[in-house]
Each structure stands twice: as C-alpha cells, then as structure tokens.
Design a protein around this ligand. Structure first.
Ligand code: PEP
Ligand code: MN
Length: 359
C-alpha cells in the first residue's frame, strides 16, 4: 500500500472517532433535552425545529456531499435522537407485545371468551338474507354450544349490481336471533357513521378486508367500546395490518381481534392465499387474539378443514367459516359456504382438533 493511501486512511479513521465522540455528546444532550421536555409536558418530536436545523445545515453545506445527502444523514441523526428521548413506553405501539407481554382476552356478557388459550369459532352465513335463514344457522350453532354467529348486513361487493346486504334491517334480524339463541353477533360495518346505530344490535363490529386501511372507519371503531374483528386487507403486509389495529387501539379501544383471511397472490388454486405464517408472527408481535377465516382465504370447501386445523396448530385463537342453510341459493359467496351437513362434519372435527391445542 502506498504511504499516501495509508495516511489518508488513518485520517479517515481519526475522523470516524471524532464523529463518534460528537455523536455521543450529541446523544447525551438530546437525552437531557428529552427529560426537560417531559418535565414541561411538551412533545418529543418537533418538526418545525428539525426543519430549521436542516435548513441551516443546507445553507452552510459547501460540498462535496450534495444537499440531499446531507439532509438524509442528519435526518437519521435527528430520528435516532428523538428515539433516545422517548420513554420505553413511547417506543412501542399500543398493540405490541413489547409494551404489553400478556395476551389480550376479549370477553363477552354470555361468558364467551376469545383468547386465553381457548379456541373460539365464528360461523354463520356470508350475508343476512332473512330471519328464517339466520335462525336456522343459529339454532344449529346454539345446539352445538357455539357462542357466536356472523352474518353481513352491509356487504362490500365487487360489483355494484350484486346483493349489497339488507342494511339496518339485517342487523335487526341478527339482534332477534341473538335474543332467541343467546349468541354473540358479529357483523361488518362499512360506514363510520353507522357504529352508533349498530351498537344497539351487535356484539362485535367487523371491519372487512376492503376497509382495513379506511382510517376514518378505524378511528371511529376505536372510539366504540365493543370488540372489533379486524380483517387483513387483500394486499396488506403484516406491518400494515398491525398499524391498522394500532389506529383502533390508539383511540382507546383495546378489544381487537385480528383475522387473517388470505391475501391476493398470483396463485389461482385458492380464492386467496392463506398466509398461515402471519398467525405466529402476529401472535409474537402483538398481544391481540388472532383468528383465521378459512372461507374467504381458501374459497374451497374441500380444504377448509385441514386449513382450519393448521390455523389452530400454529397458534390461532379461533377460526371463522361461512355456513348457510342452502348455499346454492345464497345471495353472496354461494360456492364456498358450507351447508349444515358439511358443517356437521367440519364442526365435529375442528372441535376435536381444538382440544389438542387448548391449554
Ligand atoms: C366477510 O367476512 O363477510 C367478508 C366480506 O370478508 P373479507 O372482508 O375478509 O373479504
Ligand atoms: Mn363471504
């Protein structure tokens, strides 16, 4: 190596040490500022001050690094300092297991529980179509000792010409069924202004896949005091799913049940691709109960049972599936809802499988 190169490298290493020493000093001061801010009750992150500091640095930048590079480097330093100023609690999301190590358990008036090492099931028709239809399924479920029934009254359909659901009339049907059979009713809300009206009828507000990032809907859900069953978006990453749950939690509602319902991939053998790995990842990363919807993920009755068993085996707190008294005439998802016969064998097997995993 030439002497020149060696001495340049030595100078670079010396500068690295100086930068490190300055960063250490800067970090120590940033922490003190954080303590002062906490005493005064002011926000740790001050975007206006960051902007002023960046402008000042760019005004004084004489190269050779361009302004953008200087900006990026200092932004990293600012971010690291803001993180230093945050308390342990502020570093983590509300839904994070780091913040709350113990599992969230969602409890209901009729004694039902979701979470707490119990396996729970939410079955019922895709759409509420009539009182008789819902009651037929409800009777079957109640006879089996099930505690929940699902059914959509506001249906987010791909085509505007398809059945859109019975709306509030559908919720009334569900409430009548609840009063007759003592089941908790789960139904989707698609409009932020509907929670108040629906509160009278439902026990769990579902937020569907298509609305997972409807932030105004999430915020309103967070202001209610009913459990929210939040389904993963069609193309949502796990991180986006967790942030959607955080929207709800940050508004004060911590009763959230996550539901993996398959994501859109290139695979055509199933309606969506059931991302089974999402279950243990969500269980590790959050304290929320996680369910798996085997109907909308697979879209195939012939593989729903093994997929449901797989969900329980990887730690899901429960399974959702669609059941209809006469699927061939169903107004939505006719091809993938189980009839009561098919459901009988599905139910017997999944209840057996659940025993293997309940603690
Ligand atoms: C549903 O559960 O009724 C539904 C429409 O599912 P998803 O939002 O997961 O498509
Ligand atoms: Mn459906």
């Amino acid at each position: 190596m030439s002497n020149e190169l060696e001495s340049l490298r030595e100078r670079i290493e010396g500068i690295n040490d100086e930068i490190l020493a300055l960063l250490q000093e800067r970090g120590t001061i940033a922490k003190k500022i954080g303590e002062e801010k906490r005493k005064q009750g002011t926000q740790v992150y001050d975007p206006q001050r960051e902007k002023e500091m960046l402008n000042h640095l760019i005004d004084n930048n004489e190269g050779p690094y361009n302004d953008n590079t200087i900006k990026q480097l200092f932004k990293e330093i600012f971010k690291a300092s803001t993180d230093l100023q945050k308390s342990e609690n502020e570093k983590h999301l509300y839904v994070s297991r780091k913040l709350k190590p113990e599992d969230t358990i969602v409890q209901f008036d009729n004694g039902a529980i979701i979470g707490n090492n119990k396996k729970s099931f939410v079955f019922g028709p895709c759409s509420v179509e009539s009182q008789e239809q819902v009651d037929t399924v409800a009777k079957d479920l109640a006879d089996r000792g099930e505690k929940f029934i699902r059914g959509g009254a506001f249906k987010p359909r791909t085509s505007p010409y398809d059945f859109q659901g019975l709306g509030e009339e559908g919720l009334k049907i569900l409430k009548n069924t609840k009063d007759k059979y003592g089941l908790n009713v789960v139904s989707e809300i698609v409009n932020p202004s509907h929670f108040e009206m629906a509160d009278e009828y439902l026990d769990v507000f579902q937020i569907g896949a298509r609305n997972m990032q409807n932030f105004e809907l999430l915020k309103e859900a967070g202001k209610t005091n009913k459990p929210i069953l939040l389904k993963r978006g069609l193309s949502a990453t796990i991180e986006e799913f967790i942030y959607a749950a955080e929207y709800i939690h940050s508004q004060g509602n911590s009763n959230i049940i996550l539901c993996e319902r398959g994501i859109r991939t290139y695979e055509k053998a199933t309606r969506n691709t059931l991302d089974i790995s999402a279950v243990p990842i969500l269980k590790q990363g959050t304290h929320l109960p996680v369910m798996v919807d085997v109907t909308h993920s697979t879209g195939r009755k012939d593989i729903m049972l093994p997929c449901a068993k797989a969900a329980l085996a990887v730690g899901a707190d429960g399974v959702m599936a669609e059941v209809h008294p006469d699927p061939s005439v169903a107004l939505s998802d006719a091809g993938q809802q189980m009839d009561l016969n098919e459901f009988d064998s599905f139910h017997k097997e999944i209840v057996q499988a659940a025993k293997l995993y309940e603690k």
